[in-house]
Design a protein around this ligand. Structure first.
Ligand SMILES: [Zn+2]
Length: 140
């Protein structure tokens, strides 16, 4: 069994209000030569949680940190002109917090190991700070 010690949150870097699914991301990532969707979970605009890669298979979402992490991606992250923005719908925000809390419990992951991609990359992804995310999780 793969050891899972960290959760890393992403956005799809797509424009506000435009819906995509795990099937779209799977296709985009295959086009990059990856073995399908690099994330373990995708959260669509309506708050549905879709399964990407099985948890036991390492993801392809955060350079250098894929071996022991789970990757979660919400659809959105850019405004209508393509600029970085927290575009999560209320349904997405709620689903994200619920999913993360469940995964923390299942894998015994503490809050400091719930991270945002922008902590490890110059990308703005997921278009909000880890402090904001932690606040949402702790207040839920
Ligand atoms: Zn990312």
């Amino acid at each position: 069994m793969r050891k899972i010690t960290e959760i890393i949150v992403h956005c799809s870097a797509t424009r506000e209000g435009k819906e995509f699914t795990v099937a779209d991301i799977d296709r985009w990532h295959r086009e990059r030569g990856w073995k399908g969707c690099g994330y373990h979970y995708v959260i669509t605009l309506d708050g549905r949680v879709q399964q990407g890669r099985p948890e036991q298979i390492a993801g392809a979402h955060c350079s250098g940190r894929n071996a022991e992490s789970l990757g979660i991606c919400y659809i959105g992250g850019c405004d209508l002109v393509g600029k970085s923005k927290d575009t999560r719908t209320e349904a997405q925000r709620k689903s994200m917090v619920t999913l993360i809390r469940q995964l923390m419990q299942t894998h015994g992951i503490s809050i400091e190991n719930v991270r945002c991609h922008n902590e490890f990359s110059t990308k703005a992804c997921p278009s909000f700070s880890v402090q904001k995310l932690h606040k949402e999780i702790l207040e839920a």
